[in-house]
Design a protein around this ligand. Structure first.
Ligand code: C2E
Ligand code: MG
Ligand code: MG
Length: 393
């Protein structure tokens, strides 16, 4: 995979030639290869052949509108940063931004017309740095040279008032760019086969860490995130089982988290791999539940053992009745299906108490613990006081 594939490319869709030319000028001065088009009909093909890292999208094109174009970008699973340019009012722009988010697109900014050149320059410089950071060649080197590491975030058992598990979260310490978060490098890894190397590394490292904690009598389940691309790989169950055997831990200690949107594709192949993982006694969790495309039937048919309620609902549940209702329904659904419910994104004590009252099984979030290095976990457990004993640490 060539690093040029991940260079900075800007696609401008605008029917006003003057704006197109202006954006081109600024884009080129920020180091982007720029393509300007005013043809919404062949837009999808242009996106696929050009592979932009950033797209500026005029919402009002003759013959189509931005919402239709967003729909087509979402269908193509476009990973580019999207900047909406429009003379439309704030409310319309807000609604379109929200719609794009909900379709899983990276809605990265708004450029109200007329715009200041400096505003566009600032946006592009930011994205140009992000995409430069994430070169596939760099990432492959990073995996080989041990630049990736795991942090762990504690999970509280709401009934026992005790920490009973952790989630392992990958980070990349890049020698030049510094710390890079998984939201930046996991999508890049998923576009290449590097994701399989990351998953093998993450499960293996988490299994070794689990063995270290077990030797210190700390009984913690360890959750590892795996990608949808992994569950298309028929050898995955054997490989992951092998990593646990090497670390001399039981597969029952490991929970594999799959994101809901991704988990729901390729049902037959996926069912094959997920079922064999369960037969090997791994636990399976459906991550970010409530944001994707799952049907309740699939949820009941697939061998998941846990539902993780998406943090967007949990974070707003004390201020938004709709979110509160969704959280409550998911907790009840999990209970009725015999699955554990986990709420992530618990940022304050009020939310934690509300979740406990709703009968949620497990809670995870900054209020309880940030993701930390593994050697900090024992001290966090020791210093924690459950809410019943007077508030979180
Ligand atoms: P996720 O699995 O849903 O993980 C939860 C994310 O929410 C983590 O972000 C965590 O740091 C953050 N978080 C936890 N509690 C709170 C809170 O109270 N407030 C807020 N604002 N955020 C909270 P992080 O570490 O940046 O990871 C982002 C995503 O990257 C993860 O989402 C997961 O989908 C993916 N990821 C992380 N590590 C791996 C990995 O090893 N392999 C794969 N395939 N994906 C990974
Ligand atoms: Mg997760
Ligand atoms: Mg999640």
């Amino acid at each position: 995979m060539s690093s040029e594939l991940f260079g900075n490319r800007l696609l401008v869709i605008d029917d006003e030639p003057a704006f197109g030319a202006l954006i081109r000028k600024v884009g080129e001065s920020c180091g982007f290869e720029v393509l300007v088009t005013d043809d919404p009909i062949s837009f999808s093909k242009t996106v696929q052949s050009f592979g932009p890292t950033v797209i500026t999208l005029d919402l009002n094109m003759p013959g189509t509108d931005g919402v239709q174009l967003l729909r087509s970008l979402a269908a193509d699973r476009c990973a580019a940063h999207l900047i909406l340019s429009s003379g439309a009012g704030g409310k319309v722009l807000e609604a379109v931004m929200r719609l794009g988010h909900e379709r899983g697109l990276k809605m990265s900014g708004v450029l109200p017309k007329p715009f200041r050149l400096e505003t566009l320059r600032e946006m592009l410089t930011q994205f140009s740095r992000i995409s430069k950071k994430a070169s596939a060649i760099d990432l492959a080197d990073g995996i080989t040279n041990g630049q990736l590491f795991l942090e762990y975030q504690l999970k509280l058992d709401c009934v026992l008032g005790l920490f009973t598990g952790v989630e392992a979260l990958a980070r990349w310490r890049h020698p030049i760019h510094g710390l890079i978060r998984p939201d930046e490098f996991i999508p890049l890894a998923e576009e290449t086969d590097l994701i399989h190397r990351i998953t093998d590394w993450a499960v293996s490292a988490a299994a070794e860490q689990s063995a270290v904690w077990q030797a210190r009598n700390l009984d913690l389940s360890v959750a590892v995130n795996i990608s949808a691309k992994d569950i298309e790989d028929l050898d995955l169950p054997e490989r992951l089982h092998g990593h646990c055997k090497e670390a001399k831990i039981d597969t029952t200690s490991i929970i594999l988290e799959v994101t809901e949107t991704d988990a729901m594709r390729e049902p037959v192949q996926m069912m094959d791999v997920l079922t064999r993982l369960r037969l090997k006694d791994f636990r399976l969790s459906i991550d970010d539940f409530g944001t994707g495309y799952s049907s309740l039937t699939q949820l009941q048919r697939l061998p998941f053992s846990e539902i993780k309620i998406d943090q967007s609902f949990v974070m707003q549940m004390t201020t938004d009745l709709g979110c509160q209702t969704i959280v409550e329904i998911i907790i009840n659904l999990a209970s009725k299906l015999g699955l554990k419910s986990v709420a992530e994104g618990v940022e304050d004590g009020v939310t934690l108490n509300a979740l406990i009252d709703m009968g949620c099984d497990l809670a995870q979030g900054y209020h309880l613990s940030r993701p930390v290095a593994p050697d900090r976990i024992p001290e966090l457990i020791a210093s924690y006081q459950s809410p019943k004993m007077g508030g979180a640490a």
